[in-house]
Every structure is written in C-alpha cells, then in structure tokens.
Design a protein around this ligand. Structure first.
Ligand code: DX5
Ligand code: ZN
Length: 223
C-alpha cells in the first residue's frame, strides 16, 4: 500500500497557519491532520469547526480529521468536507460507533476508526465493512510531544495481521503520536501506511517544513 504523510496542524505555527499550509502544499504533503479535542474525552481543547472550514476553503490538500470528542456524531455536519477527506472517530468515545461510521460515509467522506493504546484490536472485528482507515494511537490522545507507548510496534504488526486475516488488506493503518524518523521507520516496517507528523519530525525548530518533509519522505520510503 502507498505510504502517506499527514501533517498535524496543532503542532504548526498557529499564528502563521496559512503560510505553513502553503509550505506543506509545496512539500507535497498528502493530508492535513486536524485534532479536535473537547476537554472531556481528552483533557485538552484544540482546533474547532470554523477553523476547519476556513482551512478547507484555502487548500486542496485533503483533511484528516481526528475527533477526540464524546458523541462525535453530533458534530459531523459542522464540517464542509468531501469524498477526499477522512473523519476519524474513537471507538471509546461513542456507544453507537457503528451508526456514526455510517453517518460519516453517508456524508460522502471516508470513515476512520481510532483505537487508544490499550484498546484491543477486536474492537474492529465487526466494523471493518464501515471503515476506510484504522488509526492505531501510538500515544494516549490529548497532547503533542509525548513518548511512544511500549507496545506500539507489536500492536501495529498485530493490527496488520488482524486486518489481513479478515481479508481487509485494503484498509490502511495510520499511526499518530511521537512519529519521529526512527519510530516512523520501525512502524512502517511493522505495517503502518499513514504517518501523522507533529513535533517529533516535521514541526521542528530551525528546520524548514519543506526540508523536514523531504527528510521524512526518504526515511519512510514514501514515493
Ligand atoms: C495527540 C494528537 C497528535 C499530535 C502528535 O493526541 O492526536 O496528532 O499532534 O504530535 P507529536 O508528533 O508531537 O506526538
Ligand atoms: Zn491526532
């Protein structure tokens, strides 16, 4: 499967977001990763729907929306998104996750299912027909700048085998949290396909976004 890069905008220079997006376009980034936090599902509050719609209006880069909110179904229609965009919701955030994944597809977007580090892969077993991407959190969600959890590599390898054994080779695995050059290379070898890039390798001090993206692209063997 083609390896893809998703830039985590919560880690960008928020006072110069449009300039950062223009640089990411030049760098050929595949997705803009947007973390939505509600201060309840996770103990932090970040980017909102008005900003998402404003970003959507200024770029053609598809959006990779990561919803870390309780009852995400209530907010899906607040975003002006299309068939190129992904809306990813957490299994742990919604007792009607099947219905929410269907609602995302009915909106015309791609549906992603996110699992916290401790959540068993079994959670995906009866939902594979409703998902276009599996997001394996490699940190506990809520903050940038954390360290990869100890079981991340084996969980990604197990996730790839779990999906392949179910005939779901078509479902890509995204990883999010502390994706440094080294961690990214290891997780890529374990089966990860989409890499959320934050403070660990893209938005780093004294490095141009274009140069950082080029370095990551060659390290992860991304075409
Ligand atoms: C954390 C977010 C991540 C975060 C990644 O909950 O989902 O997208 O921005 O940042 P780093 O790469 O610094 O871990
Ligand atoms: Zn995220």
């Amino acid at each position: 499967m083609k390896k893809l890069l998703s830039a985590s905008l919560m880690c960008a220079d928020l006072m110069n977001l449009q300039e950062s997006i223009a640089q990411l376009e030049k760098a050929g980034i595949d997705y803009l990763h947007i973390d939505i936090m509600d201060g309840s599902f996770v103990p932090n509050i970040t980017l909102g729907f008005d900003l998402i719609n404003a970003i959507k209006a200024v770029t053609d880069i598809p959006l990779d929306i990561h919803m870390m909110v309780n009852t995400p179904a209530e907010f899906i229609d607040r975003m002006n998104l299309n068939e190129n965009d992904i809306i990813c919701v957490h299994y742990e955030s919604d007792i009607h996750i099947h219905r929410t994944l269907e609602a995302i597809r009915n909106k015309g977007c791609k549906a992603g299912l996110a699992l916290n580090p401790q959540t068993p892969l079994e959670a995906m077993k009866y939902l594979t027909e409703y998902i276009d991407m599996a997001l394996i959190m490699t940190v506990s969600p809520g903050f940038a700048g954390q360290k990869l959890f100890a079981g991340a590599k084996r969980k990604v390898a197990d996730a790839r085998k779990f999906l392949d054994d179910m005939g779901c080779q078509h479902i890509p695995i995204e990883v999010d949290g502390n994706i440094s050059i080294e961690n990214g290379k290891n997780l890529s070898a374990c089966g990860a396909d989409i890499f959320v890039l934050g403070t660990s390798c893209l938005f780093v001090k004294d490095k141009e976004l274009k140069d950082a993206a080029t370095e990551v692209r060659s390290a992860f063997n991304v075409q």
